[in-house]
Design a protein around this ligand. Sequence first.
Ligand code: ATP
Length: 137
Amino acid sequence: MAKTFLLEIVTPEQVLLSRPVESLVVPAAEGYLGILAGHAPLLCVLQPGEITIRDEKGTSHYCTSGGFLEATPAKVNVLTESAEPIEKIDLPRAEEARERALKRIGSGEPEVDRERARAALARADARIRLAKKRGGA
Ligand code: ATP
């Protein structure tokens, strides 16, 4: 049996997940990063993308909007604004969010917060990509 470590995924609203897992793959700022039990202490920034978790029951996939990961040899904490199982991604909602973000980025209006719109676009793009992958499209 593979060695396990405790994984906790926390959002501002809830503890989304807290259980022993065998492996974790996260979208780190520099690219996808794999973590196993006994990992060296690490702190890193996450970008919007896929979190893949493996435990004795199988593999599960989440879409995160980004955040932070803190690893110690026995426990890994993921702090994220939002994360949803990829089966729960609402594709039309993400497509609407993408359109809104693109309009905001493209508008010449001075009151538009472009940084915020770009972050919304990155979240929507990640959701769309993972929903399409889920659907096999
Ligand atoms: P929207 O403008 O559609 O709310 P958003 O990017 O502003 O999108 P977030 O602030 O990232 O939304 O997320 C708010 C909550 O809604 C989180 O709990 C997140 O998991 C959920 N959520 C957002 N978009 C989707 C989606 N397309 N499908 C499923 N859940 C979503």
